[in-house]
Design a protein. Sequence first.
Length: 236
Amino acid sequence: MEKNSTVPQHVAIIMDGNGRWAKKRELKHIEGHKEGSKAVERTIKAAKKFGIKYITLYAFSTENWKRPKDEVDGLMCLLKNFLSENLEMIHKEGVKIKTIGRTSALPYPTRKTLLNAIEKTQNNTLGTVIIALNYGGRSEIVDAVKKIAQDVLDKKIKVNKIDESLFPKYLYDPEIPDPDLLIRTSGELRISNFLLWQISYSEIYVTDVLWPDFNEDELGKALESYKSRERRFGRR
């Protein structure tokens, strides 16, 4: 049996509850998202403090485009502002920024700011923050299948060579290790189309805490829960 590591190498987070946080306070949804961005800043710092090497944040899903236009516009602006305001802090922390998803569909100002952040931090080695934007687990798998199909047509690979070790090489970023721990805030018991291939054997931790209230202590509780697990990967 594989012993559990003291600290997970990769933590993925479904940041849920911004809207409910705002509603409880009779505020507009965007105010919840603003508070949520502060939780992102706290979590990035806490992850580095705990020794977590990779953290993936589910920031905007392929389904989120269905939300009211003013909320979507506000989210895109908020993301741009967050990156602009926190880039120096993230860079000084030695953290690299990466992204997964169909980011070409993002508004140009947001995409430009994101690409600038990725470029500036690309040589940092003390941690990696992956921002999932216009991301869906099903979309990622479909996009991977399309790339495999094209390589088969181009005779770069043979059909009988397609297996579970080859497939991940066609995901959005095959260099990112699978998450050891998946955290979901707000108490919802679903994975919401997030990293469907990668979380096959991830440990799952759900907290009732709404994302804007998430902090270092809450991340610590998740890590304590993780330490108590036996990771069997299908074995006895």
